[in-house]
Every structure is written in C-alpha cells, then in structure tokens.
Design a protein around this ligand. Sequence first.
Ligand code: CA
Length: 228
Amino acid sequence: MSKTKRILIFEDEEVLAGILEQYLSQAGYAVDTLADGTHAVETILGTAPDLVVLDLMLPGKDGLTICRELRAKSEVPIIMETARVEEIDRLLGLEIGADDYLCKPFSPRELVARVKAILRRSAMRDEQGGHHVAHVLELDEESWRATVDGQPVDFTRREIQLLRVLHRRPGRVFSRSQLMDLAFSEDVILTDRTIDSHIKNIRQKVRACAGDWDPIRSVYGVGYAYEA
Ligand code: CA
C-alpha cells in the first residue's frame, strides 16, 4: 500500500470546510483545514502536503497571492476554488499556475474526483521519471507539419492551429474561448463544440502513433492544457 496522501484545505467558510474535510477523509486522505491565508505559504512549504485546496477569497492573504508565491518555490498540486465562473477565466489569463479550478457551489464528490485525478497524474509523472517511455510531439510551424515519436501525423490546418497554441505553452490551461481567439482569429462562426471536436481528433491521431499517450489534458469545466 502506498502511504496516505495528505491534503491541506484553505477555506474560511466553516460549514463548507467541514464537509470537504469529511468527504476527503472518507476517501482515505489525511486532511487538515485552515481558515486564514496569512501564513499559508510558510505552512504549505513547512508541512509539504501532497495537494492543496485553496479558496480564492481568504482572510489574511488571498488565494491568488498564495498561489503565485507558492509557485516560485513549490510544484505542489493546487485546486483553486472560486465563487464565480468569470473569475476562472481571469485566473487563467493571469497564469497563476493552479492545476484545476472549481466554481462554487460544487459537490464534494466532484472535489474528491478531481483530487484523485490530480494525484494519479502526479504519481504517473513520478514513475515516468524512472523507466517509462517519453513521447515526443514536434511541430514545425513554418511547414505546418507535425510528428509524434518521429512519425509524421496528418493533422488538418485547424488542428495544427489549435495544437500550436497549446504546444507553445506546456502546462498552461486555456479556456475554450481563449483557444478560439488565439487559434482561429480569422474565423467568425465557431462554438465551444468546435474546440472539443478538434481536440478529440488530435487525440485520436496522436494515439495512432503513440499508443495510449494523450498529450492534452482536459480541465473539467474550464478547457485544455498541453502536458509536455
Ligand atoms: Ca472564502
């Protein structure tokens, strides 16, 4: 058995904090909850939790500042809670480096699912440092050609346009509207579904060359990121 993962929650709404702690404990995690952000960075660096759940609006120091200060020193996974959907778009634009975002009100089960997904991903990353094969996707922006593990892939022009926005900034989460603006600026009629269907096709073509490798991470309710 792997050792119990520790989660640190920063949430100043007492009832919500209690519910989140209860659900995450039941899911097998060791959970601590703090309501004040003043010493959050020091506490996180000092206690080295496996994952941090961070509310955006906190007394003492807000989640945005905490996230930024923390990212200069730590790669600990962060799930950011916000009160409004528009805040997520703003935070994405600021590139604060959170791993996932949840908009209140969210179900505690949803949080547990996100926590599991993120911890699974970081466990896979640790393993890949060892003996797994690293896949490579290369894009030649001038010739509009791409290769996966050295094999040419027949992406459409649209797919390349989308892929290069994601590929230039590995790890950064883009919302669908940001992707539409950045990748398809010349087009007028596009919907969120357009982005989703291009992503689906890109994934299929990558998989045809690289087995189960998926270089694009879906960020539920938000958008996509390229995982180097
Ligand atoms: Ca709050």
